[in-house]
Design a protein. Structure first.
Length: 63
């Protein structure tokens, strides 16, 4: 049986979709937490993001 969810309460149409997304999300988080890749500090990521934003603004001004 497919349970319809209210769009006011959930971004998913059915409980099954919500459960599927929850399983996927938790698996991604667990994989990231168990990763041996070096961590990137938040400030470094944000500096890169701001650089991209500023470059895009500069391109728009030139256009």
């Amino acid at each position: 049986m497919t349970t319809k969810l209210s769009p006011i309460v959930s971004e998913f149409d059915t409980q099954e979709q919500a459960d599927s997304y929850d399983r996927w999300f938790r698996a991604r988080v667990e994989a990231a937490m168990n990763s041996t890749k070096p961590r990137i500090p938040h400030d470094e990521v944000m500096a890169g993001a701001w650089k991209i934003i500023e470059e895009a603004k500069a391109r728009r001004k030139q256009a």
